[in-house]
Structures are given as C-alpha cells and as structure tokens.
Design a protein around this ligand. Structure first.
Ligand code: COA
Length: 257
C-alpha cells in the first residue's frame, strides 16, 4: 500500500518504518504524504491502540528533510514549513500514544519528527541534532519550539545555533529521550512500553495526552482541559470498572467505553 513506509500491526501496536535506508530515510514529499495516510489509519482504525515510528536499516531514524528536493520546490518555504508543522501537530495531538524508536541519526526533520511523538526511546548509536543553519535555514517543522520545550532554552539554543549533534547518552541526560538501549533491543523495549500503556483505559490515555499537550500550548487553559478530561473519564464505564476492581482487589477489565 505504501511506497516509502513499511507498516505492520502487532498486538494492537501499529509499527511504521520509514523505508528509504539508502537516503538515510530522509523525508521527501512522498514520505510526508504517506505519513499523513498512516496517521489517518492511527486516528480511524479501532484495531490500532498505539504506534511506534522508526527508520529502516541500522544507521538512521531520519536524517532530515530531503535536501535534494529543496531547490526544485514549487511552494514557498513558509508554505512548506506550515505543511510539515500541520503533519507533526497531528502526531502530537493524536488520541493514541505514538512513540519514536530512534535507531541512528535523527537530524533536522528527523529530530523534529521524533520530538512530535509523545516520547522517545533511543538506540545506543542514536544521534540528535538540528543542523539546519549549516544549510542557511532554520528548523521548520516545529524544531525550535519542541527542542526548547524538551531540553530547555539554553541547551536548545546551543544546538540550534551551532548545528552540533548530541549522542544518545547526552540526549538521555537532557531529557530528550526516556531510555537508551542496545540497538537490537530497541523495538522490544518500545513494544513493551506500549503494551503496558495498551492495558490502560483508552479514554483516560487519550485525555492524558490532551491535557499534557495543553501544558505547553500558549492558547489553551491546561487546567480547564484537565478538568474537562477528568469529567469525561468520570462518565466512562472504564472508570466504574477501574475503581470497582481496585476496591474488590482484582484486575480491571477495560472495554474502552
Ligand atoms: N536529504 C537527502 N539525502 C540525504 C540526507 C538528507 N537530509 N541525508 C543523507 N542523505 C543521503 C546522502 O546524500 C547519501 O546519498 P547518496 O549515497 O545517493 O550520495 C546517503 O543519504 C547516505 O548519506 P551519507 O552522507 O553518504 O552518509 P554519511 O554516513 O557520510 O553521513 C550524515 C551521514 C547524516 C552525517 C549526512 O548524511 C548528513 O549530514 N545528512 C544531512 C543531515 C542534515 O543536514 N539534515 C537536515 C536537513 S534540513
């Protein structure tokens, strides 16, 4: 179905591999378009409970936007950035968890893609950076904003201005990734984290994502969104099941209702 992605559904986890290993999985137009279609699947397919995005091969997650397309672009730069931002907002605001399994270079648009995911797991060989200034541009798919949110302004400024890369251990220390594991354990670790989350009631999971995102959205009242989400969870059958199961000292059986 896809030309630049390999997808599979495994125990309700949708695994998306960006598949241009000879170009270090660079984000060309087709990858961006197909990521949009894969997101439609995540949003609309009830069999999918969560997703992981990774890159094919052992060298790169994604080494950036496809630089070879830059000089023949028909749209202007701002429109290109807006289109990428919209796509990555859909990842960030997805009602189901989407994590990045970073298996090598995550540079430029690749670092931005990983940062748009709800959290990140890295292989020991992962390298992160926003080297756009080397090309005379700046990150355009949300990188200036999310890097600052995730690692703080001083560290973000240094990476943005110097185009320096950081290794996986530094990314862990900066809070950019949650775990660093040997490359051969990367998918198992990612799947086991999502399997744990998939056991939780989906409405509560979705409301957590929405409320935590609102904490960093200048246009939202995060406390209001939290209260609203809490209220919606309070009306669910899963809330009744979760509290009853606790009181009855048994394991809950959530039905997603
Ligand atoms: N866009 C398009 N093609 C890219 C790419 C990108 N962002 N990153 C890598 N590639 C291609 C290379 O052109 C090369 O293609 P070729 O074999 O047809 O010449 C192939 O992927 C392998 O990359 P190469 O540079 O030979 O690998 P390397 O191990 O020597 O270096 C990097 C790896 C990641 C350091 C280097 O590829 C790089 O700096 N990439 C660009 C990173 C960047 O600036 N990203 C931000 C873009 S906005």
């Amino acid at each position: 179905m896809y030309q630049t992605l390999i997808t599979r559904l495994e125990s309700s986890i949708f695994i998306i591999s960006i598949n241009r290993p000879d170009k270090l999985n660079a984000l060309n137009n087709m990858v961006m378009e197909e990521l949009g279609l894969a997101l439609d699947e995540i949003y609309n397919n009830e069999a999918i409970r969560s997703a992981v995005i990774t890159g094919s091969g052992s060298k790169a997650f994604v080494a950036g936007a496809d630089i070879s397309e830059f000089l023949q672009m028909k749209e202007d730069g701002k429109a290109l950035a807006k289109k990428g931002q919209e796509l990555f907002f859909r990842i960030e605001n997805a009602p189901k968890p989407i994590i990045a399994a970073v298996n090598g270079f995550a540079l430029g648009g690749g670092c931005e893609l990983a940062m748009a995911c709800h959290f990140r797991v890295a292989a020991e060989n992962a390298k992160f950076g926003q080297p756009e200034v080397n090309l005379g541009i700046i990150p355009g798919y949300g990188g200036t904003q999310r890097l600052t949110q995730l690692i703080g302004k001083g560290r973000a400024m240094e990476l943005l201005l110097s185009a320096s890369l950081i290794d996986a251990a530094t990314a862990l220390q900066f809070g950019l990734v949650n775990y660093v594991v040997p490359q051969e354990e990367l998918m198992n670790k990612s799947i086991s984290l999502l399997s744990l989350i998939n056991e939780k009631p989906p409405v509560a999971v979705s409301k957590c994502i929405q409320a935590a995102n609102a904490a960093l959205d200048h246009f939202s009242d995060g406390y209001e969104i939290e209260a609203f989400g809490f209220g919606e969870c309070f009306e669910t059958e899963d809330m009744k099941e979760g509290t009853a199961a606790f009181l009855e000292k048994r394991k809950p059986v959530f039905r997603g209702k």
